[in-house]
Design a protein. Sequence first.
Length: 350
Amino acid sequence: MIAPGPATGASAAPRPTIVDVARAAGVSIAVVSYALNGKPGVSMATRDRVLRVADDLGWRPSAAARSIRSGPQAVGMAVSGESGTIARAPSFLDFMTAATEVVATGGLTLALQVVASAAAAAEIYRIWWSERRFDVMIVPDLLTEDPRVEVLRRMHAPAVVLGPLGLAEGLACVCFDEAEAGDRLANYLVGLGHRRVAAVTAPIEMHRTRVRLDALRRTLEARGGVLIHRATNATGEESAAATRHLLTDMTPPSAIVYDTDQMAGAGLDVARRSGFGVPWDVSIVASTDSELCRLATPAITALPTPMAELGAATGHAVLAVLDGQVDVSTVVPVDGLAVRGSTGPPARVT
């Protein structure tokens, strides 16, 4: 959606004003102002009606007011500081750089704000859109039940969600092929002879974690294996504790898959301190790659996630949304498994 140039000729439709919005919504100008600027004193139902009418009429802030608030066209993204989120990935800068470069070709800037939770992000997006600070919102770290998606849908706000189309219908979607990632990890470990495999993951509410875990379990069970799951908050401390419990079980797994490189590093440290030989007694695999995996002893087998490609795909989805395209959906393939010294055939039958 590129802003149209100045209207010419007597037939050009006049730009809708705040007065037009007030009349169509059946409320006062003051109520419209409060609703559009996210100020208190207006019920949620009234605010939703005003925002819906404003969208239907094609109302936008004046160029002068817009330049005071946010300058040229812009894209907003609120990321959570919680563990297991995209912002904590070592390659997050690759994502931001690629996305910024792509949206810049459309004359847009990309703004980032760190918030406490998905619920806080939902409120930020509501304020951003009601004040028209950004033209498009990017939603990272999709949850299975996500308050941000519901808020953006209700406001009819343009958005690109980093997750599959099925959970964010009506919004543009970009995601990794998480099912393929789970299948690839399972097939690799089964091929080495592992049958009892554990997965130490981020919270199961993270949709990408759930999809990858389901694929891992499905493929393992189809090939005669079993999956043991331990959900954590994705910190090193909880990953270490989960690993310790798994390895002290009567029948410990012969391989453990971790959601992130940091989690795998913590697991590797626990295994070695507990007297387990890696990879002979237990194989360690990370679902994301980084220098941490490459510099560990032994180096950790990992499934690289091409964050630059994800960022570029996200940027192109933003431009497509602004261009008025609908049903925008892109799946970014995962890279090939980087096999290193932390994995090998099990020394015992599991």
